[in-house]
Design a protein around this ligand. Sequence first.
Ligand SMILES: [Zn+2]
Length: 303
Amino acid sequence: MRYRESGSLDTSGVRDTRGSGGRGGGRGLAVGGGGLGLVGLVVVVLLQVLGGGEGGSPISGFSGMGQDATVDNSALAENCRTGADANESVECAVVADIESIQDFWSGALGADYTPTQTVFFSGSVQTSCGGATSGSGPFYCPADQLVYIDLTFFDQLREQFGAQGGLFVDAYVIAHEYGHHVQNLLGINARVTPGETGPISGTVRLELQADCFAGAWARHAETVPDDSGEPLIAEITDDDIDRALDAAGRIGDDFIQENLGGGTVDQDAFTHGSSDQRRRWFLTGYESGDLRRCDTFATEDLG
Ligand SMILES: [Zn+2]
């Protein structure tokens, strides 16, 4: 994956709270013990996606750290000025990804798309959906409509999940989370019964649709114009797609249960879909580039 060297980056899609140190600790919390982080990931993401419980209420007692934490984008803005910076730096690449993903959705949905920000946090974070730590993995909170990520998750993907990783894998992760934002804006998550699990559950359909949306963005990423009228992303290669499929296979429920959880696959507990399903739906979006093909609620054949 390559960004257009002369492309201009804009950090307005990010709230960088890392300088504030988070609440309750720094990087020591970043990597949970063994599968614990993964369980956390599944549970928290499930909760966030569904927006259930207290997270759904804007008047809950949480002071959302995503909103209230000290946001200081000055270092990020200093470091991440151009596409050349994105080619050299993970955090600058994520800034570029967020721009490209939101340009895509603005083009696809027009006025139905409302841009939102990604909170960069370190260690732990308070959100309108409750507290989370890095071990939870990146997530979207419907109650405050923000994406949250500790960028050390990308290291975790390689080190704990064994993924090959790379800038495009990072972009896939971000695009998946923005897919949840789109679902929230379109009211798609309202179709799902909170807490429902299983291989054809609404919960899994939401997750697979977010993968499909990520694939659809990737198909169009090299042509989606930024504010200057030129695409910010110059190239996505076959190797990038292979790496995304490798990552998708390592965050499938069966892979996680088998390799990072208790060792036994329990389909009834699926929340995100199997490795095969996740690969399939990313590819469906990528190969077709057609959002209509991402209606995971309209088919009995989820793969
Ligand atoms: Zn998800």
